[in-house]
Design a protein around this ligand. Structure first.
Ligand code: TMP
Ligand code: ZN
Length: 410
């Protein structure tokens, strides 16, 4: 069901230094049906370490992919309007800069096809790859052909044989989810055209450390992406990082552009990010123990606030039921005795229970009619969109508890 990682996933060194233990937790997207045998819910250690050789931050326990990415995966990229626009802008930029007429654009972990769909109507070809069968079928039916597979070296080679080389390969929020990163990058190198680009977008380890974003840590996120360790990984497969862009989404994300080595000029942003990572020290004990201490402080502050307001008769609920929220709730042990429900707009989540804490998930309409006093904004990364959407709640005196990146009650 899980294995202990004794070697670094990128450099294969054995110097992994554990700096934070978030306890035994269920997979954070493994929502439960109310009729399920809750007492047998599987939980796995959620602990994180840094490789002191190559600086890759990674989990010490790796849960089997079949358990983390079930065939009926509930996460939908398209639920957030802001994320849909974000991916459309990325797809457009990459197509404009790198994809010739009739070129092939592949997305690894294409989910419901949100990014590739934005390219339909342009003079190019798209192909998604996603192991969630329900999503792959849905995407294909909606016009984005999608292979229901885990991408690896064999799949990369097979796509090239059938469709030719890819001008662009996207991997959004997926490199962190992969145990065998060498297998994926090998497949990318096999599929990529000589003048093609591989574009990886992922939450940035530097932002996670600097902004106390420990709720980014969950079993699906086996690695925490930074330029240094990923440049080293790419190099082994003949790829070179040519540009790095920083984005504000998901609490701080980077886009790493890689190309076959020596084929394209290297932008100064690459060196700038490498310097930043050196300065912060991604495997430095001071940086990592300070991060762990801030996680423990947040747990104390949040639980104290929930208990204090409940002691005065106020009611507390949660807004949204994202994976990161489940990490926070499990780490703080905030269950349905204190948090009455989680309101989430994803239809596939409604009617289910949150993993570990078993808090019922309801539609946002329920939240709007219910008039709770406090709502923990678990998807704090969508703060602006949600505060705008739920302005009524605050207008009549409701308060959002925003846990991160800075604890605030608004
Ligand atoms: P994400 O940060 O991983 O995209 O997850 C966001 C979660 O929040 C997802 O379950 C959908 C939910 N959500 C809402 O319920 N309403 C919203 O307005 C937004 C933006 C997200
Ligand atoms: Zn390493």
């Amino acid at each position: 069901m899980f294995k202990v990682a004794s070697r670094c996933r990128v450099c294969r060194g054995e110097n992994l230094w554990e700096f934070l233990d978030l306890g035994d937790q269920p997979p954070s997207n493994a929502l439960l049906r109310p009729a399920q045998a809750l007492e047998h819910e599987p939980k796995y250690p959620l602990r994180v370490a840094a490789c002191t050789d190559c600086d890759l931050i990674q989990l010490t326990h790796v849960v089997a992919p079949a358990l983390l990415f079930p065939a009926d995966y509930v996460y939908r990229s398209s639920v957030s309007a802001a994320m849909t626009a974000h991916f459309a802008a990325l797809a457009r930029e990459v197509a404009d800069r790198f994809v010739p007429k009739n070129g092939l654009v592949v997305e690894i972990g294409s989910n419901d096809g949100t990014l590739l769909r934005s390219l339909l109507g342009r003079d190019l070809r798209v192909l998604g790859v996603d192991p969630a069968r329900n999503l792959a079928l849905e995407a294909t039916a909606s016009g984005v052909p999608t292979l229901p597979e885990f991408f690896n070296a064999a799949v990369g080679e097979a796509i090239r044989r059938e469709h030719g080389p890819a001008s662009a390969i996207h991997a959004n929020n997926v490199m962190a989810h992969v145990d065998d990163v060498h297998g994926v990058v090998k497949g990318v190198a096999a599929l990529l055209a000589e003048d093609g680009v591989f574009v990886v977008e992922a939450p940035y380890a530097v932002d996670m450390l600097e902004h106390s974003e420990f709720d980014t840590i969950y079993h699906e996120h086996m690695s925490y992406v930074a330029v240094g360790p990923f440049a080293r990984l790419f190099r082994e497969h003949g790829l070179e990082v040519i540009e790095v862009q920083h984005q504000a989404v998901h609490g701080g994300t980077i886009r790493v552009f890689a190309a076959p080595a020596g084929r394209r000029p290297v932008h100064p942003s690459v060196g700038e990010h490498l310097d930043l990572e050196k300065r912060i020290g991604l495997s430095s004990p001071e940086t990592l123990t300070s991060f762990a201490r801030r996680a423990a402080n947040l747990r104390r502050t949040l639980c104290a606030l929930v208990d204090d307001v409940r002691a005065t008769g106020k009611r507390v609920v949660g807004y949204t039921a994202p994976a990161k929220g489940n990490v926070l709730l499990n780490y703080c042990r905030l269950g349905p005795d204190r948090i009455e429900y989680l309101a989430d707009a994803t239809p596939a989540k409604q009617g289910l229970l949150s993993p570990g804490m078993h808090i019922p998930i309801v539609p946002p309409d329920h939240f709007r009619a219910d008039r709770a006093d406090y709502a923990i904004l678990l998807a704090w990364n969508h703060r602006a969109e949600i505060l705008a959407k739920e302005s009524e709640f605050r207008a009549r005196g409701g308060k959002f508890i925003v846990p991160l990146p800075t604890f605030e009650v608004v």
